[in-house]
Each structure stands twice: as C-alpha cells, then as structure tokens.
Design a protein around this ligand. Structure first.
Ligand SMILES: Cc1cc2nc3c(=O)[nH]c(=O)nc-3n(C[C@H](O)[C@H](O)[C@H](O)COP(=O)(O)OP(=O)(O)OC[C@H]3O[C@@H](n4cnc5c(N)ncnc54)[C@H](O)[C@@H]3O)c2cc1C
Length: 420
C-alpha cells in the first residue's frame, strides 16, 4: 500500500512529536512513524527527568511547543519546577497529535533514493504489514539515526578518539520515600554528599551517600557506582533514580541487549541498597522501571554543519541559528564515574548558544531533516544539545521549515549565506 504525505517523520520522541505537531500547524499533511506504543521516547517511557536547564536569568529560551508543554503540565499540577510527571506528559503529547496520522509499532526497513533525494521509505508493522511512504520531505527523529542509516547517510558514533559511547542507564521510579528523613541526613552530614546538594532545596535532588555505598560494598553488595542519585517527582514521596550505568557500543544490537539485562540487575541492587542503607527509603517500593534502555548517544548523522563542543563553550551565534540553549557539555564516561552533575564543563550561565538549521539537515539528502539526539554534532556538541528542551526545539525548527519549503530543506539557503 502507498501512503502519500507532505512530511514523513520517523520517531515519536519529544523531537519527533514537536516536529510533527509544528509541521501540521503549518498546514502540512503529516505522518509520524513510531516503533513502540509509547509517545515521547526518553521523556515518557524512558522516565528521564528533569527537563535540564532551558532558562537564562529570567528568560525562558525554548520555543512555542516546549513552552506549551510546560504550561499544560503546570495546569495539570504535574510539574515541580523542572521535574515533571512522565505519564501526564505522555497524555499531553498524545493530545497534541490530533492532526497528525500516527502509525505505531512500525519501523523503516528500506529506502529508495535518487541522486541527493529520498524518494520513498518502505516500513513494516509489528503485524507484518508493509507500506511504502512517499513524501517530498522526511525527518529522522529516531534518536539513533536509524532512518538515515538505512538510507546510507554517513554518521559518527562515540567520542572522536576511541569511539566510546556515553554510558547507558535504566531509569526507575521509587515511591513512598520519606523526604523529612532524606533532608535530615543531608543536614546532619553534608560531607557525605556531592557539594551541590543542599538541605534548603525546594525540589529535592540528592547525590551521594558515599558512606552507605562503602558499607554496603564491605557487606558484600555488588553496588554499580560510587553514589546514589535521585530527584523528586510530582506526587507523594516519589523520586526518579538515575544511578545505573553500563558502557556498551550503542550501535550494536547484541551489546545493547546485554546492557538491558545487566541494567535490570543493577536496578534490583540499587533498590535493595536504598531500602537497607538509605534513611527515608525503608518503606519505598519500585513504582516503575523504564520501558526503554536510556541511550544518551548512538549515531550522530552528518549534516550541513557539525555542531561542536566549542560552539557550546564559546556561546556561538549563527546567521541561521534556530535553537537557543545554555546546557553545558555533559559526558557520562566510565573513568569519570563519580559525580553525575560534574561530568563535563558546567558553564557559567551568562549567555546562550545557538544551533544552526544546517545541523538539522542531512548533508547527503536535501529532503532529510535530522533532529533530536541524532542531529549533526560532535561528541561534545551532542552531549550538551541532547537534553529534552533542546531536542523539542530542534523538532519545532525543522517542523517550521517543513511548512515553508516544498521539496527540499536546502530551499532555506536561497536567502542565506551558506557556510558548508
Ligand atoms: C539516562 C538518561 C538520562 C538523561 N537525563 C536527562 C535529563 O536529566 N534532562 C534532560 O533534559 N535530558 C536528559 N537526557 C537526554 C534526553 O532524555 C534525550 O536525549 C531526549 O529525550 C531525546 O529525545 P529524542 O526525541 O531525540 O529521542 P528519543 O527520546 O530517544 O525518541 C526517539 C523515538 O523514536 C522511536 N524510534 C527509535 N527507532 C525507531 C525506528 N527505527 N522507527 C520508528 N521509531 C523509532 C523511539 O521508540 C522513540 O519514541 C537523558 C537521557 C538519558 C538516556
């Protein structure tokens, strides 16, 4: 069966949904193809929290789509500062897709190209049905750059020296935590925590418990990292735990599968640790474990511009800048496995940087957009730009551009000096 659309988007994470909703608002007939039954990717099924920094002083830097998410989460009492309820976000995102055709449980399996264009993509559903998607514009928001990979695009993966990917994590939520006990531990023994942990914080985010980790290890528990790190969520006594870590090649199916197994073991160990050793967690229970393996970085597809770590640290602005952000370089490396908030050069938040639209357009195919964590960046550039607000803004930028061009994203350069 042939499916004809104005824009075909692959991947229904925060970047893909943002792109789809924006392109539909621009009057385009849009199809969104998602492999799972969950909308929102890491931001919902992945249980990733909180939204990392998207403000500078009093200015909210992000675009319309992400601002709407914030407002709707606030209206539903589902956000504490930047910590949100992932299930409510899932409902909000699904509602926004009212005017978009969504094909769940479907992946791309082959691509027909001619010269520098993608002509069509054949997709296959979990039921075994195949469809050919024909569209003038395609967008890869799969996070892993899977559509681009099938189309034969060049890409990079891992750091430029050893090609090692960032650590993977399986997020999970613990409920029935006693926050009075947590804060009293922080007050009584601040040295037992990372320096950024404060008993005065309004929304509780704690990393440390070094003494407890040491004791648990001495008593024979095979605890995976040197700290225990969690952040409060809306609701009663709920926290999201970002503590498990496994380093694998994130473009290798078998290594990924091994990581998923190992991370489940780690979730169990961390849970046992929390209940036995951490004051306030005695009566806690596992509310949920992420549906997805948390992959921070896998394929970074080659675009017309490769956004870099220097662009972040030098707060670069571009003639074709379409996304503003402030979050710093943040690498989860094996040998730096000590402080989850100190894994990169945390910037002084004095100015923002921009991401140019060229980083969101394939250098090989004129009608292929690449947004979200698989956009065109160096290892360090991607480490900063991968956060949820920035991914949402990338989606919005390409969605808006899809509304303006007919057959090629390169049409935007008619009015721009092109620095390829
Ligand atoms: C453990 C972890 C902790 C993080 N911590 C934070 C944090 O605290 N704050 C923050 O702001 N950011 C954080 N991030 C980063 C952020 O969550 C992600 O980079 C961001 O959500 C990526 O959004 P995305 O839409 O690009 O991709 P994803 O969320 O990965 O979505 C991709 C979507 O595409 C679908 N898909 C994949 N392959 C295919 C295919 N072949 N066909 C069809 N569909 C496909 C997936 O099912 C998914 O729905 C973290 C990430 C991880 C993994």
């Amino acid at each position: 069966m042939i499916l004809n659309y104005d824009v075909a988007i692959f991947g229904g994470g925060i970047a893909g949904v943002s792109a789809a909703v924006t392109a539909a608002r621009e009057g385009k007939n849009v199809i969104l193809i998602e492999q799972s039954t969950v909308i929102g990717g890491n931001a919902t099924g992945g249980l990733v929290n909180p939204f990392m920094r998207f403000w500078l002083n009093n200015e909210i830097l992000c675009g319309t789509f992400f601002k709407e998410l914030l407002e709707e989460l606030r209206e539903k009492d589902a956000i504490l500062q930047n910590c949100f309820d992932s299930e409510i976000l899932r409902l909000v995102l699904m509602k926004k897709l009212e005017n978009v055709t969504v094909l769940f449980r479907t992946i791309p399996i082959s691509v027909v190209t001619s010269n520098n264009r993608i002509e069509s993509v054949t997709v296959k559903s979990a039921l075994g049905n195949e469809y050919t998607v024909v569209s003038p514009l395609f967008i890869d928001a799969t996070g892993d750059g899977s559509l681009s990979y099938i189309a034969g695009c060049s890409f990079e993966s891992g750091d430029e020296l050893k090609h090692e990917n960032q650590g993977t994590t399986l997020m999970f939520v613990l409920a029935n935590v006693n926050f009075d006990k947590v804060l009293s531990s922080v007050r009584n023994d601040p040295e037992n925590f990372f320096p950024w942990v404060s008993p005065a914080q309004k929304v509780i985010s704690v990393g440390g418990y070094f003494k407890e980790v040491k004791k648990a290890r001495e008593e024979g528990l095979n605890y995976p990292v040197d700290y225990f790190f969690f952040t409060q969520l809306p609701g009663n006594g709920r926290v999201t735990v970002n503590t498990t870590h496994v380093w694998v090649k994130t473009t290798d199916d078998f290594e990924i599968s091994k990581a998923i197994k190992e991370l489940h073991n780690q979730v169990e160990t961390v849970y046992i640790f929390a209940k036995k050793y951490v004051p306030g967690f005695e009566q806690s229970y596992i509310e949920k474990i992420s549906t997805y393996l948390g992959v921070r970085e896998s394929r970074r597809v080659a675009g017309l511009y490769q956004f870099s770590g220097e662009d972040v640290t030098e707060k670069k602005k571009f003639e074709d800048g379409v996304v503003k952000a402030v979050y710093g370089v943040d690498v989860h490396k094996k040998e730096e496995n000590t402080n989850p908030r100190d894994s990169g050069a945390i910037p002084r938040y004095e100015d923002y940087y921009e991401i140019p639209i060229r980083s969101l357009i394939s250098k090989e195919f004129e009608n292929l957009g690449i947004v979200g964590r698989n956009f065109s960046g160096t290892f360090l550039g991607q480490s900063a730009a991968r956060i949820m607000p920035t991914c949402a803004d990338m989606g919005e930028a390409i969605g808006r551009l899809a509304g303006k061009v007919k057959r090629s994203f390169y049409e935007v350069f008619n009015n721009l000096k092109r620095e390829v």
